[in-house]
Ligand binder design. Structure first.
Ligand code: SF4
Length: 288
């Protein structure tokens, strides 16, 4: 059996930084440390941090003392609320996300209409949208383009900025941009900034490559992780057999041992151990 493991698998630098710094905070702080939402979309990582004393809350009103802001970032109102309530923030927003906030602020001030391509309910999009002002639309899929263009026409704004969620599907982003450019009236100019992060882009490209070369593809990561779901979608386009597993317990190792070529890729919030456990289980079955 040949196993191809993605070189870009596992924690990206934004997630690695968030996990490391949170652990450091837990060691150096005497009082309670809170985190707004899951630090990363992965059950095992969340459980491990909980066991080390991190308190996860869904609302800033439940926090006091020190509050960690995760790599996805938060809406600007959270910064204002924390200041008012004297909560010390440990801001672990990924620099790539902060860069998008800055772009959104800049073009909002220049009175652009902003199209934000990404998943509506994703925390990163909710955060970025708060910096876009009232003239913005989140576009999650192609079917929403028509409505977004209608809104721009109604606003009478003649400049549109298109940006994306850092972990959005590269191919879909390009298709959406092309369709917008074809449908927007000629008197409205469009600026496109591809804000999909490099770590995401490389991971998606490698997933596409590996999934074309193997008989079975295993995508490892949290089911609620947006970037991992995209890796699954990409694999399904290129490979007949794809498994989405949070860890080795989700895989029937005996059943898949009939495949001669297996590919493995993990999302940005997946710890290396989850991948290592699967590889070990596969190797054990081969050696029997
Ligand atoms: S996926 Fe990219 S933007 Fe998101 S945390 Fe990782 S490095 Fe940062």
């Amino acid at each position: 059996m040949e196993i191809k493991i993605g070189k870009t698998s596992g924690f990206c630098y934004g997630v690695k930084n968030a996990v490391q710094k949170s652990e450091e905070e837990l060691l150096k702080t005497n009082g309670e440390v809170y985190c707004l939402g899951e630090l990363v979309h992965n059950k095992e990582v969340t459980e491990a941090l909980k066991n080390k004393g991190l308190n996860f809350v869904e609302n800033i009103d439940e926090a006091s003392g020190k509050l960690i802001i995760r790599a996805h970032g938060v809406p600007k109102q959270i910064y204002e609320k924390a200041k008012k309530r004297n909560i010390e923030l440990v801001d672990l927003t990924c620099p790539n996300v902060l860069k998008i906030h800055d772009i959104a602020k800049e073009y909002c001030q220049k009175d652009y209409y902003i199209f934000l391509i990404g998943k509506k309910q994703h925390p990163e999009i909710i955060g970025t949208a708060s910096f876009c002002g009232k003239n913005h639309k989140v576009i999650s899929q192609k079917e929403e383009i028509k409505e977004a263009i209608k809104a721009v026409k109604k606003s009478k704004i003649k400049h549109v900025l298109i940006i994306a969620q850092t972990t959005y599907n590269m191919k879909t982003f390009e298709e959406i941009v092309e369709e917008i450019q074809n449908k927007v009236p000629k008197n409205i100019d469009i600026i496109v900034k591809n804000t999909i992060c490099l770590a995401t882009e490389l991971r998606q490209k490698e997933t596409e490559k590996i999934s074309k070369e193997v008989e079975l593809m295993i995508i490892v990561g949290g089911k609620n992780s947006s970037n991992t779901n995209k890796l699954y979608d990409i694999s399904c386009e290129n490979c007949e057999n794809v498994i989405f597993a949070e860890n080795k317990d989700d895989i029937d190792i005996e059943k898949i041992s009939k495949f001669q070529k297996i590919g493995i890729m993990a999302g940005a919030s997946t710890p290396n151990k989850s991948v290592e456990d699967i590889i070990k289980a596969l190797n054990d079955v081969v050696l029997v």
